[in-house]
Write a protein that binds this ligand. Sequence first.
Ligand SMILES: Cc1ncc(COP(=O)(O)O)c(C=O)c1O
Ligand SMILES: N[C@@H](CCCC[NH3+])C(=O)O
Length: 428
Amino acid sequence: MRIMGYSGGVSVSNFIFSGCDTVELAKKYGTPLYVMSEDHIRERCGEIKRDFINKYPKTKAVYASKAFLTKEMARIIKSEGLGMDVVSGGELYTAIKADFPMEDVIFHGNNKTKDELTLAIKNNVGRIVVDYVEELDLIEEIAKEYNKRMKILLRINPGLDIQTHKYIQTGQKDSKFGIPLDNIYEVLEKTFSLKYIDLLGFHFHLGSQILDNESYIMAVRIMADIMKNAKGKYGFVTKELNTGGGYGIPYTEEAGKDLNYFTDPIINEVDKNCVEYNLERPLVIIEPGRWIVGEAGITLYTIGNIKKIPKLKTYVSVDGGMLDNPRPSLYGAKYQAVLANKINEPANNTVTIAGKYCESGDILIWDLRLPKVESGDILVVFTTGAYNYSMSSNYNRIPRPAVVMLSQGKDRVIVKRETYEDIIRNDI
Ligand SMILES: Cc1ncc(COP(=O)(O)O)c(C=O)c1O
Ligand SMILES: N[C@@H](CCCC[NH3+])C(=O)O
């Protein structure tokens, strides 16, 4: 695997991440502990600016905040000059509270509630991405009430089955997301009839953890066709084309991909089609989430129970599991890990890393090669920056871990560890 941003490499005996000793972090903050590298996040944002925004005219990048969002993360994204994609009232509220510029926020969702849309419209979010025709009426009604004209994009379902886990595909025809190709013109006509809605263009999102770039090329062709027809039929000029996110990252054996691998073919295909159809090239937007934060995160655990089943398996239990990282149990996702305090010892043993929750499916890693494991060792699981903290839960009434941010060898807490009091806070 590619260990990006793990600057500092390996010390004498402990694993160093982003310039900090992970065993010391575990001692200082306790475990389980989410650890994020601000240096890595900023490196990724830098790559986006260098190889996309500054390389091509009329481009914009927004961070898909569902991957990992806290107020501090919103401040980092703001300072990097990227926009933000939110998908719920809670994500939007976090952005508001972090003073994120609202004109740079794009609001998505396949079933946004009236309250959520009202919050978005009152706060002047930059774009609402409309997922279904009736949503137009709801936006029109609220926008009229607040006397605002809302800028929108239409989310098109391109009907493409891409290669990724079934649960994280979104652009296939049989999906809850987006307007089916067959309904586009009826939705367009409805949009043009509304007074408080300003249509800027189209959006697609194919899915997540995509490792090829062909799917994006195919989707752009489909969108170009829509842009051509919208111009031909209605004289509508597409000003913005949002090509979604989904760029895959290495978890175990996969090869890491630079941003260019995805974005160059997207831009080339948009340019090519616009020339061919005689269309003005729209602003091209990308929405990566995982690619920005996935490899920026690790999780630290302390090893407890070691259960050896003779001639079968060794279960090594950690003090976290499916609550802080539901991806293995949801998607069969695979992770790589090492013992932070035995980084130079040979990995001669095969063990299965189990969580501490009351579910047999609470397994973090099957058949992991590790040095001789002892209770008290610190396990580092890599690539947990995306869709771990953001998908964590309180099952079994267990408090969520803290999140520590590392920057240039210094650590700071950006989310406090939950307490038992937090768990019962809203109980009556
Ligand atoms: C609309 C939209 N944009 C962007 C993303 C970001 O996806 P990823 O984190 O895979 O880049 C998602 C999540 O899949 C999404 O639903
Ligand atoms: N939660 C998913 C990604 C879904 C992205 C949202 N459409 C994952 O962990 O891979």
